[in-house]
Design a binder for this molecule. Structure first.
Ligand SMILES: [Zn+2]
Ligand SMILES: [Zn+2]
Length: 350
């Protein structure tokens, strides 16, 4: 066993604090990783505070992990000691169901093992995430970080990146398509970059006109202020796809009206129940599709990392000393981060 250190919440109401714990010795198909960077995702806050009602304590968040391989099990062939690798939201799945067989482990019929706060499939121990100096993960769930990428800025690609890339890819966004991105946080700003790299004409929908210049800097061609009824009306029937990254409940109806016939509105946030209610006519009368999408499979996670290397895409980040993690949570809730905090794990040693 390894002795590891990290930051964990001991209950829904206690701030994250340092903790010493054990990581398992690598099993034959495991890779042991020294964590260098870990992105901070909004899910981490929801889970640390048990806002989804599924938290298990102690809870050590972190599922945007980049590090170096320090040890490999006897059967490992994908990675070797010294490789720069990543771990995202999942560390295991059943590996035999229809979804797993189709490289869609995120939809595993038995449920994937999440990177933190989920029982390990073999020994039942509570998984501990990446706010730590190390992690041990089965090689299938470990991806390669391309050399061209800045390793710290690559970390958020493992959740924020794949979550926005996967649906754009699945629905076949291509050159000339008109794509609207709703919201410009950690996910939205990545969505703009991906849609643009796929050749789409990209529009940011935002509540604040003040974000227009920044949206263009991120690659958006146009900006629509969603609170301006005139601008929304002028956009009616224009879009092929909407990538909806708004993390809180909002009225989908005005957005659906901006889709052309056969247009697809993709939700990536868990905003249930949809409120206010959806007008069925907004779907029926134009054969529009309201779709959902969850992260991406492991093969696709490797694909998005390679896509980022090829198209020179990375996440805009602010480096974080792990001592300031609780403060960072407050700033994220206030929307005060451009666009992702990434913990520099060297600060854990200090
Ligand atoms: Zn996440
Ligand atoms: Zn499965």
């Amino acid at each position: 066993m390894y002795t590891a250190i990290g930051y964990a919440a001991q209950s829904a109401t206690t701030p994250l604090a340092p903790m010493t714990f054990n990581r398992r010795s690598p099993r034959p198909d495991d890779v042991a990783i020294e964590i260098l960077y870990c992105g901070v995702c909004h899910s981490d806050i929801h889970q640390a505070r048990n806002e989804w009602g599924i938290a298990v304590y102690p809870l050590m968040p972190g599922h945007e992990i980049v590090g170096k391989v320090t040890e490999v099990g006897a059967n490992v062939s994908k990675h070797k000691v010294g490789d720069l690798v990543g771990v995202g939201c999942m560390v295991d799945s059943c590996r035999h169901c229809e979804a797993c067989a189709a490289d869609l482990e995120q939809y595993c019929l038995e449920g994937p093992t999440l990177t933190y706060a989920t029982p390990d499939r073999i020994d039942g121990s509570n998984t501990m995430g990446g706010y730590s100096n190390s992690i041990v993960v089965s090689e299938h769930f470990v991806v390669r970080i391309p050399e061209k990428l800045n390793p710290a800025a690559a970390a958020p690609i493992l959740c924020a990146g794949i979550t926005t890339y996967s649906p754009l890819k699945h629905y076949g966004v291509k050159a000339g398509d008109k794509v609207g991105v709703l919201g410009m946080g950690g996910l939205g700003h990545m969505g703009i970059k991906f849609a643009k790299a796929m050749g789409a004409e990209v529009t940011l929908f935002t509540r604040s006109a003040s974000k227009a210049e920044e949206a263009r800097r991120q690659g958006a061609d146009h900006v629509i202020v969603s609170t301006d009824a005139e601008q929304m009306k002028a956009a009616a029937g224009r879009f092929d796809f909407l990538l909806d990254t708004i993390p809180v409940q909002h009225d989908l109806n005005p957005y659906l009206e901006t889709l052309r016939f056969d247009g697809v509105h993709i939700l990536v946030g868990l905003i249930e129940p949809v409120d206010p209610a959806l007008h069925a006519a907004n779907l029926v009368m134009k054969r529009r599709v309201l779709a959902g999408s969850l992260i991406g499979g492991i093969a696709e996670t490797q694909e998005v990392l390679d896509f980022c290397a090829e198209h020179d895409i990375s996440c805009d980040i602010e480096m974080l000393d792990i001592k300031h993690i609780n403060e960072a949570y407050s700033r994220m809730i206030a929307g005060d981060v451009k666009y992702r905090f990434v913990i520099d794990m060297a600060t854990l040693k200090a």
